[in-house]
Design a protein around this ligand. Sequence first.
Ligand SMILES: Nc1ncnc2c1ncn2[C@@H]1O[C@H](COP(=O)(O)OP(=O)(O)OP(=O)(O)O)[C@@H](O)[C@H]1O
Length: 229
Amino acid sequence: MTGSIVFSDVSVQLGDRLALDAVSLVLDAPRTAVIGANGSGKSTFARVLGGLVAPSSGTVSVLGVDPQRQASALRRLVGFVFSNPDAQIIMPTVAEDAAFSLRSEKLPRAVVAERVRQALDEFGLTDLADRAAHDLSGGQKQLLALCGAVIRRPELMIADEPTAYLDARNSRQIAEHLLAPTDRRLVLVTHDLALAQRCDVAVLFEDGRMTGFGDPADVVSQYEASLSC
Ligand SMILES: Nc1ncnc2c1ncn2[C@@H]1O[C@H](COP(=O)(O)OP(=O)(O)OP(=O)(O)O)[C@@H](O)[C@H]1O
């Protein structure tokens, strides 16, 4: 795990809204939580990080890669999980969907089969390998989406409210997979403040501005204090 995530004076204008307003930060910690009220800019931050939204001004470096100018290098670095796994499930069966994530790596068929076997096992999906992916429960679909992201062995996982629609048990399961110690970085956008406090560092957004950064317990306290004003 080398390199930093660096935002230098990054602003993003979306329509008539300044979704990010002059954000500067350096992230070195393995696991970063991104918190803040609805509409504060969290997803925009995650999307800029993942190269899905271009900054209107300022510069971004993701582990040495410019997301806008080095799109293919970024794709190799980054895995995504969103709140709605349906958007990430493409192939008919669970095993085919997991294998689809490896299509661009042009690996020998036996290597793909072994990686899929290992990943399905890790996510407890082995018994569902031949099931229709769209017939899975919400929690199982989110596990498959995460499995599809992890199987590519990204250096950075960007998770945008991955537990938003899950019950307590499935939320816990997804959280354990995301937070497990690995060489992978995690940037986790979440409204779950208990989950945020399990990260190494937290970032707080308010109205597109970064207003808090540091120890997650402190940043969560700052956020809670702002809510009671
Ligand atoms: N495509 C768009 N066009 C115009 N405004 C947008 C667009 N996408 C987001 N916004 C606005 O930018 C601001 C930041 O949105 P963003 O989705 O980053 O917030 P968020 O903190 O992730 O919110 P939530 O917690 O509700 O998901 C909001 O005011 C939102 O309405």
